[in-house]
Design a protein around this ligand. Structure first.
Ligand SMILES: [Zn+2]
Length: 447
């Protein structure tokens, strides 16, 4: 294998090659054994699951294959909120085995609280340690953790990864960015863990202070998660810091960062399938979609002792990527999160996400990255207008040119997304700008 991607630091590193490169058959046998244990643990110790199983007329004894997972009930975020704080714990919170709590911010409704035993914490650390290896780190690394520490899972999750790997950890937490830069330089950090926007701020601050971190610092890998990161932003972080940046995924309800993570080939996130079963379901029918197709990501935990979850509906949209990864890992890959099920549009029976339009539009040099989707009723059917904005250099006075562009966009969307929309090319700067989250979808439908 030639080292065309990534850190340029020689051969691929693994933290647990016996798991990460396990053959499919052995992995599935391991998953089944752990699934049975998890189902029994839930049924015997958590009233919510006992009731849900009884209502569905199934018992732990009915789970004999991985496909039997589909007989099991779902768990939603609302179920977790209703269980606040401890009703979904399989071990009483006061039990000596329970070592730590993490919780979601709970800005809308009750927080979701998750408990961890020492085994839970160690397993979590293992998954993050894999991420450290995936960007070329090892036990000699200096890991700068610039995620916030606290009930939020980012800081301590990355920290546990450093412990399991045996790296030296700089528990910086977030904030005081000039000091982050100083310490990064002086302590020779080679791996940075934080949100992508914070990685960029650290990079810009370093440059403002007169440094060139890409040349002068030892930093070579960044593990970034907890918020979406576009490819453009990734490139900017990589260039400014001189790193390989991988996207790491986690959610506080299931586990913090480490549920899945990209390797340095950056083509999908390897799922920690020894700890989680991933399903991709049609969010409407809740039936599995074929590999390669988008749907809602659903996780079942396989090793969690304190807060096991069966078929947790994340509302995140992704897909399983087909084929093998060049890194040699056999753990399947999920695509980067495309959006939330709440954002999904159903256009004449086809599920589409705004981000998919964005991908198609990105191939047109004549367009800016601003676009808007306007939904309205036209008779009994939904009508979709896709507003796209031209770059200033585009000759907007030539009607023929506009029509030709419209036609090409229309054809690209039809062939890529299998939906038909009305494309409207508009003048530069005519789509509203927003300082916060961009408003991509405007729903004018009368229900
Ligand atoms: Zn890989």
């Amino acid at each position: 294998m030639t080292d065309t991607a990534g850190t340029g630091r020689g051969p691929e590193k693994y933290f647990q090659p016996e798991i990460e490169k396990m053959d499919r058959e052995s992995l599935e046998a391991l998953q089944l054994e752990r699934l049975k244990q998890t189902v029994a643990r839930c049924y015997e110790n958590i009233d919510f699951y006992k009731a849900a199983f009884d209502e569905a007329g199934i018992t732990p004894g009915d789970i004999n294959t991985l496909d039997d997972l589909q007989k099991l009930p779902f768990t939603t975020k609302q179920d977790m909120r209703d269980a606040y704080p401890f009703d979904l714990f399989a071990i009483p919170a006061t039990d000596a085995r329970v070592q730590r709590f993490h919780a979601s911010s709970g800005t809308t409704g009750n927080a979701t609280v998750v408990g961890y035993t020492q085994n839970d914490i160690d397993n979590w650390g293992d998954t993050f340690a894999r991420a450290i290896a995936q960007v070329g780190g090892d036990e000699q690394s200096v890991l700068q953790v610039s995620y916030g520490y606290g009930l939020f899972t980012g800081g301590l999750g990355a920290h546990e990864g450093g412990i399991r790997m045996g790296s030296a950890i700089m528990p910086m937490s977030s904030g005081n960015t000039k000091r982050q830069v100083q310490m990064m330089r002086d302590m020779g950090a080679d791996i940075l863990a934080c949100t992508p926007s914070y990685a960029l701020l650290i990079a810009d601050t370093a440059i403002d202070l007169g440094f060139d971190p890409a040349k002068d610092f030892k930093i070579s890998g960044a593990i970034c998660g907890a918020e979406p990161c576009s490819e453009g932003m990734r490139k900017e972080i990589e260039e400014k810091l001189g790193v390989t940046m991988v996207d790491i995924y986690g959610l506080s309800e299931v586990m913090g960062p480490g549920v899945s993570c990209e390797c340095r080939y950056q083509n999908g996130l390897h799922v920690a399938e020894d700890h989680f079963i991933i399903e991709i379901l049609d969010p409407q029918t809740l039936e599995p979609v074929p590999d390669g197709e988008y749907g809602e990501v659903v996780f079942t935990t396989l090793t969690k002792e304190c807060s096991p979850l069966i078929r947790y509906r994340t509302r995140d949209i992704s897909r399983i990527l087909l084929g093998e990864c060049e890194c040699g890992r056999t753990l399947r890959r999920m695509d980067r999160i495309q959006g939330r099920t709440d954002d999904m549009l159903i256009i004449r029976g086809v599920n589409v996400f705004p981000s998919q339009f964005q991908e198609v539009l990105a191939s047109f040099d004549e367009l800016t990255s601003y676009y808007q989707i306007v939904l309205s009723n036209k008779g009994p059917l939904d009508h979709v207008v896709l507003k796209v904005e031209t770059v200033p250099s585009f000759d907007f006075d030539e009607i023929r040119k506009i029509e030709a562009l419209q036609k090409r966009i229309d054809a690209e969307i039809k062939s890529n997304l299998q939906v038909s929309v009305e494309v409207k090319v508009v003048e530069p700067k005519s789509i509203e700008r927003s300082e916060g989250k961009a408003r991509r979808v405007i729903d004018e439908r009368v229900k």
